[in-house]
Design a protein around this ligand. Structure first.
Ligand SMILES: Cc1ncc(COP(=O)(O)O)c(C=O)c1O
Ligand SMILES: [Zn+2]
Length: 414
């Protein structure tokens, strides 16, 4: 049974039926899904959710589908209590929400695509696609393959080779566009309009975005049905961060969690930080920038949902923080060395941002924080090439090994 009541414009509030619509015909604002929370009360309980398998569909009444078609192993990723990292950063309680191990394509995008692909089938789309900085294309390609959907993904032509391969392996048509993400997005908007194909993050966006709420649901459930004091999220197009907050608010609305909303903070790479710039300039709508950063998955200069990120920070008392490329690489290394988790530059951005927020006092040392790690380092391993030592070459005999031991000062005393 679906509790969806329709769609509503984020900006002017005009109501629409729950169809394949994505912008308001009055004001061009984005549309969001609305639900009948009153009917859900007492039906959607902690016990019901806990009785279900460990995937994002355990919250299915709060997702806008008739019947899930894919993503049966997506979501419900580990919430890792990161004590060694907490100690290194000097904060009491720190958790990594680890979507670097999401199924099946190792990023947070498996959440949003599970919902978007299901909707593409419900709406009878002949082609399923996306405009992507890499991870979304990986996920769309994989989910399309298992559903047998015709798939076309569009990416900027300067992405990391293993991210490109990570789409191509599933057999979609991969289009490497001569331009940046914002150019790719513009082209795909025209294609969605002309051909009526289902683009996860364009004409299916109202539904796609709903999948990101599950990050918020899981954080609260995995903490034992409570909120942390702070959440730090990366921001590119701005889908994820406002939906983490929306997830928390829906849990309050349904009486599943009580207490104060966490402060939600936004992290962006310094080379692509339109939202952070807007916050500093006191603007409600970000001004586009031309991205240049090692964090290619976050290289979006004109974020579609940037204004919602700003509104979410203001509503919760959170802040914005930018991290330089060297700080991002340092943070990737710190996470790997303290917690054994290898993230890509998007995760490095979030962790570098968290470190700064603690240093600034925006996150106090006796508080709790959840750091949202959204992507996997094995996809972008090359960025760390100069950061890791060469392997120690050794012959196969015991004497060979002992000669190396004797000649290598760092190995002394073992
Ligand atoms: C790993 C990773 N993290 C975060 C994001 C940013 O997400 P959003 O567009 O929802 O702000 C993306 C994609 O854009 C991503 O690939
Ligand atoms: Zn409107």
């Amino acid at each position: 049974m679906s509790f969806v009541t329709g769609l509503e414009c984020h900006l002017c509030g005009k109501a629409y039926p729950a169809e394949a619509l994505w912008v308001c015909s009055e004001c061009l604002g984005p549309l969001r899904v609305t639900y009948d929370y009153a009917a859900m009360k007492g039906v959607v309980t902690r016990a019901l959710i806990e009785s279900r398998p460990h995937s994002l569909w355990r919250y299915r009444e709060l997702l806008p589908v008739e019947e899930p078609k894919t993503g049966f192993y997506s979501g419900y990723t580990p919430l890792v209590k990161a004590d060694r990292l907490a100690k290194a950063l000097g904060v009491r309680e720190l958790y990594i929400k680890d979507d670097s191990v999401n199924h099946p394509t190792f990023s947070y995008k498996d959440r949003v695509v599970s919902v978007a692909a299901t909707k593409a089938i419900e709406f009878g789309c002949t082609v399923f696609g996306c405009a992507s900085t890499g991870n979304l294309a990986n996920s769309v390609s994989s989910h399309a393959a298992r559903l047998g959907l015709d798939c076309m993904v569009f990416i900027p032509n300067d992405l990391e080779p293993s991210k490109v391969l990570g789409s191509a392996i599933y057999g979609p048509k991969v289009f490497a566009v001569a331009g940046n993400y914002d150019d790719v997005n513009r082209l795909c908007t025209q294609l969605a309009d002309r051909y009526g194909w289902g683009f996860a993050n364009i004409n299916l966006r109202s539904y796609y975005a709903e999948g990101a709420k599950t990050m918020g649901f899981e954080v609260a459930e995995q903490l034992g049905w409570r909120f942390p004091d702070h959440v730090v999220s990366p921001v590119a197009g701005g889908t994820l961060l406002p939906r983490i907050l929306r997830g928390f608010e829906e849990f309050i609305e349904l009486g599943l969690v009580s207490g104060k909303l966490p402060k939600i903070h936004a992290a962006q790479p310094a080379g692509s930080s339109p939202v952070i710039n807007a916050l500093e300039a006191g603007l409600d709508f970000p001004e586009p920038v031309r991205p240049h950063t090692i964090a290619k998955s976050l290289a979006i200069g004109n974020p579609a949902d940037g204004f919602q990120v700003i509104a979410s920070l203001k509503r919760t008392g959170g802040s914005g923080v930018a991290a330089t490329d060297p700080e991002i690489l340092d943070a990737i290394e710190l996470l790997a060395h303290t917690e054994g988790i290898f993230t890509e530059p998007a995760g490095g951005t979030t962790l570098a941002g968290t470190k700064k927020l603690i240093e600034r006092g925006a996150i106090k040392r006796d508080e709790s924080v959840v750091v949202v790690i959204t992507g996997n380092g094995y996809k972008t391993a090359d960025v760390m090439r100069d950061r890791v030592p060469e392997s120690i070459q050794v012959g196969k005999g015991l004497k060979d090994f002992e000669a190396v031991m004797a000649g290598t000062p760092e190995l002394a005393g073992r």
